[in-house]
Structure formats: C-alpha cells, structure tokens
Ligand binder design. Structure first.
Ligand code: UFG
Length: 364
C-alpha cells in the first residue's frame, strides 16, 4: 500500500511508520516538525516537511506519491495547553484537518484513518467506555478531536470517504528504534522513567482523593506497537468499505492506577522513584478504561503487549539507548523546494495554504 502518514515524525506516527516500512509498504511522512523529530523517521520512508494547513502541498504530495490511504496523526494534543489557548487547537486540529480533507478530495484519495482520543468522552458515566457512549469533551483538545470526527463523517456522506477514527486511551512503550520524546513532557510513564534515570528528584502524583481503590486516577494503557497493528488493520479495512465513518476504541480494558504505574516502574527499573502527592490536575477524569471489543471483533485487532511491565521496560530500554532523546538531524537533512535547511510553517504561520508549490517536495 502507498501510505501518507501525516504527523509521522511524532511518537505514535513514527512507530507506525517503522512497522509499515518493515512490512514493505511505500510510506511518506508529512510533518511540520513542531513536535515531531526528523530523526524518528526510518530510512525507508520519505519525509516531507510541511504544515497540515498547507492544502496545496498536501494535494501535490498525494498526487505525486500516488497515495492510496492516509493515516492522520498530526495534532496539538496537550489538554492543559488547549484550555489556555483554544484558538491554537481549533486552527490546527479542525481547520488544519479540513485542509487535509479538502486536499484528499481534490487528489481523489478517500481512505483515511484518524488518531482520535479518549478525551472525546469527557467524564464517562460508566466504564469500560463503549463507542456509542455519550461524547461530551471537557477540554478544547477533546472538543476539536470530536469536531474533526464530525467533518470526516460529512466528507464520507458527501464525497464517499471511507474513514475510520481510532480513539486511543493512554499510549506507552517503545520499539527498539523509536520512543517517546515530547518537549515538554507531560505524560505519566516517561516522567516516572525520568525520575528512575535520575533526571528529576521525584514524580508528582496529581491527587490521591479520587473515588478509586488507592485514591489515584486509573488509566487504560496500550503499547505503541499494538497501536501500529491497529493502524494497519484499519487502513486495510478502508479498502473495500462503503463510504462511512467507523469509530473504534483502542485500549487494553485493564485499568492501572497512577500508583500502580509508579510501582511497576520501580519493579522494572530497580530504582527507588520517590513520589509526592500534590493537588489534582484540572480536567483529569478519575477513571478512563476502554471497551475495545468492537476493534477486536470487526478489525481483528489483538493487542500482544498489554502488560504495564512490558510497556515500561521497552520505554526504559529505549531511554537507555537514546540518552537525551532524539538527536535531531533536521538542519542537515531537510530540503524543501530546493532550499537546504528549509523549515515549514508551524501551525501559527500565516496562511501557508496559499503558497504556490511548484516542484518536487520530497526529501529522503
Ligand atoms: N499524572 C500524574 N503525574 C504526572 C503526570 C500525570 O499523577 O506527572 C497522572 C494524571 O493526573 C493522570 C494520569 O497520570 O491521572 C495519566 O496522565 P497523562 O498525562 O499521562 O495522560 P492523560 O490520561 O491525561 O492523557 C491521555 C492522553 C490524552 C487524552 C487524555 C484524555 O494522553 O491524549 O488521556 O483524558 F486527551
């Protein structure tokens, strides 16, 4: 298959790109490198540096590369940041996403798999959460991801898109080559491992007064390798599908508390990992656990790396082999429109969709 992975230099995208290339697919990564890393893109994939709002460039890449299907993982994804700057989230996650949909329509590509999130549910009324449960996001992040699902649904109805939205719960783990390197880092698992590595004194536990057995929040963790297999199954499923949007939760149906994650990390790393309880973080639901029965039944998805110990140990090994994270090679390797070291506009750049893109844009 010829696959375009938008946001393919990020944590979730790059691990899938790695798996697709290993399986012999033709893979093109499209990323503005705002939070992704050029060094995360495996050698067998092509990298185009571009912004999701740059519809003209996307159109060109889709046509030139004769793309069969798109995996869309590009988004702003920090709940706290979204509360402070909702406009940024609407511009990137909704307007940017619609630019991608329009480019796909113009280029005649109708197969789309989307990285959605548990955040679309807001405060769940019951767990495990099923796809038909109420969606009432409590952050602009969740609201914008849900809004884009709506756009996909209407593009399916009006333009024959065959689309799948995958609502991930908490992703963790690493492959040998690719891992999690967010700057800044806000996620629990990498922060705990950072303490284990001696790069921070202690991990903060955000609240111990939740209505859960040990008082800390419960989350459903999913290995990034299992996410890659779900992405491939979903891409394949769009092949002979009727025009529609199908929605699937992805999780392991097992919840682990924040304290259990810290305990597991102590076990895996053999380090003490001091923890301090601080006040609750705004917007954290007490329990988020997915029912992924639909994905298992209809996509044939079978997660193979569901234990917390495996996820943490893979992430720990990746850290050990990548001290300091990715050593980015952007400056040396990127060439866009013939300009070495050229950088594509970030989400804030002014109206990049209007820029003419006359020639070859693909870099190795
Ligand atoms: N936590 C801590 N200390 C930290 C970091 C996190 O106690 O230093 C806690 C959080 O309060 C939460 C749990 O660990 O209870 C997990 O937090 P993460 O930030 O790792 O992940 P979230 O559950 O907040 O985020 C995930 C996805 C988002 C999605 C969100 C939906 O990463 O994309 O679920 O609520 F939006």
């Amino acid at each position: 298959m010829r696959i375009l992975v938008v946001g393919g230099a990020g944590y979730v995208g790059s691990t899938s790109v790695e798996a697709f290339v290993e399986d012999g697919h033709h893979v093109v990564v499209y990323d503005n490198l705002t939070s992704g890393h050029a060094a995360a893109v495996v050698d067998g994939a092509k990298l185009v540096v571009g912004d999701i709002s740059d519809g003209a460039l996307l159109d060109l890449v889709l046509r030139e590369q004769r793309i069969d299907a798109v995996l869309h993982c590009a988004a702003r994804s920090l709940v706290g940041e979204s509360m402070a700057d909702p406009g940024l989230y609407y511009r990137t996650n909704v307007s940017g996403g619609v630019a991608l949909l329009e480019a796909m329509r113009s280029a005649g590509t109708s197969r789309l798999v989307y990285s959605s999130t548990a955040a679309v549910y807001g405060e769940p009324r019951r767990v495990p959460i099923a796809e038909g449960d109420r969606t009432e996001p409590i952050s602009p992040y969740g609201a914008t991801k849900l809004a884009f699902e709506g756009a996909m649904r209407w593009f399916a109805a009006a333009h024959g898109f065959r689309a799948i939205s995958l609502r991930y719960f908490n992703v963790a783990g690493a492959t040998e080559r690719n891992g999690e390197d967010h700057r800044p880092e806000t996620h629990l698992a990498p922060l705990v491992l950072r303490v284990a590595a001696g790069e921070a004194n202690h991990v903060q536990i955000f609240g111990q007064d939740y209505p859960t057995p040990d008082g800390t929040c419960i989350r459903d963790f999913l290995h990034v390798r299992d996410l890659a297999s779900a992405h491939m199954l979903a891409l394949e499923a769009t092949d002979d599908a009727e025009p529609s949007l199908e929605v699937y939760n992805l999780g392991s149906a097992a919840g682990f508390s924040v304290r259990e994650v810290v305990e597991a990390a102590r076990r895996v790393t053999g380090r003490a990992i001091p923890a301090r309880v601080v006040k609750r973080r705004l917007g954290d639901p007490p329990v988020l656990v997915a029912s992924s029965r639909r994905a298992r039944r209809e996509l044939g998805w079978q997660p193979k790396h569901s234990t917390l110990d495996e996820m943490l140990s893979d992430a720990w090994n990746w850290r050990a082999s990548h001290p300091g994270g990715y050593r980015d090679r952007e400056a040396a390797a990127i060439e866009v429109d013939g300009q070495a070291g050229g950088e594509a506009g970030g989400p804030e750049s002014s109206d990049p969709g209007q820029r003419p893109r006359p020639s070859a844009t693909v870099v190795a």
